[in-house]
Each structure stands twice: as C-alpha cells, then as structure tokens.
Ligand binder design. Structure first.
Ligand SMILES: [Zn+2]
Length: 189
C-alpha cells in the first residue's frame, strides 16, 4: 500500500510531533484555507487622506442630534403651521435633516464599535483612533508572494457580500489577502 504512514511519532523540538507525513495526501489550498499573515509580514502602511485631517467622533454624534432636532422642527411646521413657503418645503426640510441625522448618529455608533469601515470609492476607509477621532485612510501592503505593492480594496459583487482585500498590483487575481481589521495597530493621535 503506497499511502502508509511513514511518519515518526517522536519529536525533535520542532513542530513535527505526531503529525505523520503527507505522502500521497492532496494538499488543497481552498479559498477558505488561505495562509494568514501578520501585519508585520505584510508591511501594512496607512496613508492618510484629506491631508491627515481628523474629526472628533463625539462631534459627529452631536451634529447628528442637532440635525435630528432640526428635523423635528421641520416635522412640526409640516404638520401644524404651513408658513410662507408652504407645506412641501418644510416636509422636504424634515426628510433631508432626518436622513442626515440618522446617518451621522448611526455612522459614529458603528465606527465606535468596529473602528474600521469602508468609506467611499473603492479604496478609502474610515478609522477611529485611540482618542476617538475619525480619520480617512488608504491602506497598502507588500505582496507576500512576489513583493509587489498591494492596495486594500472593497471587492465583491455589487449586490452581494463584499470583502476588504489587499490586491497585488502584479497578480490581482491570485495574490489576495483578506484583511481582518482587528489586527491593525491602533492609531495614536
Ligand atoms: Zn503579488
């Protein structure tokens, strides 16, 4: 029989204790069993966008609550007191400020929990620093297979689940690394 286990079950202080050998086995690297790398191995770098400007996440929530209050004002005039401009402009005002309020409160809440969120376009990410400041960054890495530059991108079908992956500029189809944003070092202000 050619698939006999010829492995030694003794160790020599390396990692081969009891693993046997893989002769005749089929080592299949499926998409779910890709090797993982540490941020140091990937040489991950942040590149601040917006000239490194940052925003206090508390200010974003406060802004959300103020626009929320403004939307209530708009709702009040829509329902009870159609003034000069008429009802329709107040209800437009209500709708607009309501949407802005929900978005800014929701965004800062999500960010405080996740600390990392895709922002806009395919390459920009919102991150939150140790002191709670919002920043917009691009992230790059060095390809562990060929050493080329990699860009972090939001990839996936338009309507389907999308992933944040580092794509190699030389072989973007095969040299991809999925990012776990929790392994990124904290941003210090
Ligand atoms: Zn590569």
């Amino acid at each position: 029989m050619s698939n006999d286990n010829h492995g030694s079950q003794s160790g020599d202080h390396s990692l081969n204790v009891g693993v046997g050998d893989f002769r005749g086995a089929n080592v299949n690297i499926s998409h779910n069993e890709r090797p993982t790398f540490t941020p140091e191995q990937l040489h991950i770098e942040r590149h601040p966008a917006l000239a490194g400007r940052s925003l206090d996440s508390k200010d974003v929530s406060i802004f959300g609550y103020i626009t929320g209050a403004a939307s209530l004002l708009g709702l009040y005039f829509t329902l009870f007191q159609p003034p000069l401009g008429g009802q329709s402009s107040w209800s437009t005002f209500f709708m607009f400020s309501f949407i802005v309020a929900v978005m800014s409160v929701g965004m800062s809440a999500v960010l405080r929990r996740r600390k990392f969120e895709h922002f806009f376009g395919s390459r920009h990410y919102l991150e939150i620093s140790q002191t709670g400041r919002l920043r917009v960054n691009r992230l790059t890495a060095q390809c562990p297979w060929c050493g080329s530059l990699m860009h972090l991108r939001r990839v996936g079908p338009k309507e389907g689940p999308r992933d944040d992956q580092f794509l190699c500029v030389r072989n973007p189809a095969q040299h991809t690394v999925q990012l776990d944003p929790t392994v990124l070092p904290d941003i210090e202000d």
